[in-house]
Design a protein around this ligand. Structure first.
Ligand code: ZN
Length: 291
């Protein structure tokens, strides 16, 4: 079963724009890299799925960063996405562990916090990136992205995001959808959609049953036309070369003291947790490069 993909579709004669994503495999990769606790996995996964779909709203070389900064113990959640389906992400504190909430579910709201902001930074290839932000209204994240689309992008949307974590803490299912209403929908059509949304089973149980994203959208909408089906993949931009450049940019003095005090250096990429080691000789070579 294909686990990392996204579809972009229209429905109701173009009056609805829809995105749906399955990020199960990518979230499992992130969990392995960052050793996230179940609630951290759930919060990261919901943000990852939102990021994947917002990335699919971009074009060409455009890039997007989603930052969720709440006042909860998780700290910030950061996800990078682009139009090619490349994804990476992390949370500040992956070890956060909380009791289940009153519904017996992972307490994403408790981990994220209810005070704070969602920031969307879009690199559109211009000099300055576009920045949008809206306050956190729920902390469960789906409603927070719904609020973002309504307030910041003036697009009425329904956002569903879900993560199912297995007993052994691995990711059983992760995915979601965004339904966006374009002008021209009648009140009757909106009412019908609201009823269907309220009756739809949780996205994670549908994914766990092996349902395809196309089937899920068809349960919600009339006349679904899939415009694009693309693969999603974990990809980090870090490399030995980039890390070397960063070290060189610290300057001669800084590197010299690093060499004298520690005799080596280790740089860990925030996004993928990959560690890059530099021994004495390699540091010397970098110091030489700063001249
Ligand atoms: Zn990396």
């Amino acid at each position: 079963m294909q686990q990392n993909y996204l579809i972009r579709a229209t429905a109701l004669d173009g009056k609805v724009r829809a995105f749906a994503a399955n990020t199960t495999g990518i979230l499992e990769e992130l969990r392995g890299r960052h050793h996230t606790s179940p609630v951290a996995t759930a919060a990261l996964g919901r943000t990852l799925t939102a990021g994947a779909m917002m990335g699919a709203m971009m074009k060409g070389e455009e890039k997007l960063t989603v930052q969720v900064k709440g006042d909860g113990p998780l700290g910030q959640i950061v996800v990078d996405a682009n139009a090619k389906g490349d994804l990476r992400g992390y949370v500040d504190d992956p070890t956060v562990d909380l009791p289940l909430n009153e519904k017996g579910k992972l307490d994403v709201r408790g981990a994220v916090g209810m005070d704070g902001f969602i920031y969307i930074i879009k690199d559109l290839g211009m000099k300055e990136p576009y920045r949008g932000s809206t306050p956190i209204v729920s902390g469960e994240l789906g409603d927070d992205f719904t609020y973002y689309f309504a307030k910041s992008e003036q697009t009425p949307s329904a956002v569903a995001l879900g993560v199912l974590v297995d007993i052994d803490s691995s990711v059983k299912a992760s995915g979601g959808f965004i339904i966006q209403l374009m002008p021209g929908m009648t009140d009757e059509e909106i009412g019908e959609l609201e009823v269907r949304l309220s009756q739809l089973p949780p996205i994670t149980s549908m994914l766990d049953e092996g349902k395809q994203l196309e089937q899920i959208l068809e349960e919600l909408l009339e006349g679904v036309e899939v415009k694009e089906r693309m693969e999603l993949q974990f990809r980090c931009k870090c490399s030995q070369e980039r890390v070397e450049q960063t070290l060189v940019s610290l300057g001669r003095e800084e590197l010299q003291s690093l060499l004298e005090e520690q005799g080596q250096a280790e740089v860990v990429c925030h996004f993928c947790n990959e560690a890059y080691h530099f021994d004495e000789q390699q540091l010397q070579a970098l110091i030489y490069k700063t001249t």
